[in-house]
Design a protein around this ligand. Structure first.
Ligand code: UFG
Length: 316
């Protein structure tokens, strides 16, 4: 298929581009490089530097079979501090992109949604039928797009798939997390092991979990990327499918730090810090729907392996 990948210079977008190319697809990346890196775009993909509002230019030039939309603002705490940016970019940007998708009759749309749409879920692991009550504007903005896509599938026949990612980590094809301002747990823990930081701050030790720290479902980036290839095949006209992507197993912040100590051999000092605004206590996926609908199964569910793959790229 001929595909447009927005945000393909970012972590998840670039790895997915590599996996799409390996599966034989033809890929053009559209990225404004606000947080991505030009050199992360895999060789073999076309590249257009621009905003999602420029998607029409790419889609007008050639017929495309699908758009995979990764370009977004994605930090929970920032979204609490500056929600306007999150609504403008994540919802306004997606609306502009969907205008171009409709205008140029692109049949398929795969969207990067998130576990953050669920907020503090009543059940764990979380199925897609769980109530959606996001605890931060980031999750709310992604949920708004999920609603948009349902209505566009119903009214305009779009074949849409939302993939709700849990916590993505690891590296693939030489591509790992490279955020200018890093906020994610695993890369920060590895920066301590690398000697770039002195310690890891544990954001809250009084959460209602087994050791008082937040629990997350960490998923290997290669498994996540593969789900997008499968989603393109599963997408059906007039339907909006929603699938959680996770391993179904949760690890606390302290367990992640301990695993990273074993992987790196570094003591990785941890200090207690206050809770981070907008964080839910526990997010663990039920990914049965992805297994049934997409035929997806994680190949690298082991946390030590996920951390080791990220470490292989960053180790001094
Ligand atoms: N954490 C720390 N110290 C740090 C960094 C993180 O204790 O230095 C904690 C966080 O407070 C949280 C956990 O580690 O409890 C995981 O935090 P991340 O920032 O790595 O990931 P989040 O769970 O906040 O968010 C990620 C993505 C979101 C996505 C969400 C879905 O950034 O886009 O997963 O679960 F929505």
């Amino acid at each position: 298929m001929r595909l447009l990948v927005t945000g393909g210079a970012g972590y998840i977008g670039s790895v997915t581009t590599a996996v799409l190319l390996a599966a034989g697809h033809d890929v053009t990346v559209l990225d404004d490089l606000s947080t991505g890196h030009r050199d992360a775009v895999p060789p073999g993909a076309g590249f257009v530097e621009g905003d999602v509002a420029d998607a029409g230019l790419v889609l007008a030039a050639e017929r495309h079979d699908g758009v995979l939309h990764f370009a977004a603002r994605s930090l929970v705490a920032d979204s609490v501090a500056d929600p306007a940016e999150y609504w403008h970019v994540n919802v306004g940007g997606t609306l502009a992109l969907l205008d171009a998708v409709r205008k140029h009759d692109v049949p398929r749309f795969v969207f990067s949604s998130t576990a953050a749409v669920y907020g503090e879920p009543a059940t764990t692991p979380i199925p897609e039928t769980a109530e959606t009550r996001p605890t931060n504007p980031y999750g709310a903005s992604k949920l708004a797009v999920d609603h948009l896509l349902t209505s566009y599938a119903n009214a305009y026949g779009l074949a849409a798939v939302s993939l709700r990612y849990f916590n993505v980590a690891g590296a693939y094809a030489g591509l790992g997390e490279r955020h200018v301002r890093e906020t994610h747990l695993i890369p920060i823990v590895l920066q301590v092991a690398e000697g770039v930081r002195e310690h890891i701050q544990v954001n809250g030790t009084d959460w209602p979990t087994h050791d008082g720290t937040c629990v997350r479902d960490y998923l290997h980036i290669a498994d996540l990327a593969r789900a997008h290839v499968l989603a393109l095949d599963a997408a059906a006209p007039g339907r909006h499918e929603i699938c959680n992507l996770g391993n179904g197993v949760g690890f606390s912040v302290l367990e992640v730090v301990e695993t990273a100590r074993l992987v790196t051999g570094h003591p990785i000092p941890a200090v207690e810090a206050p809770r981070r605004p907008g964080d839910p206590a526990v997010l663990v996926a039920s990914a049965d729907r992805a297994r049934n609908l997409l035929g997806w199964k994680p190949e690298h569910p082991d946390l030590a392996r996920i951390i080791a793959d990220a470490w292989a790229l960053t180790a001094p």
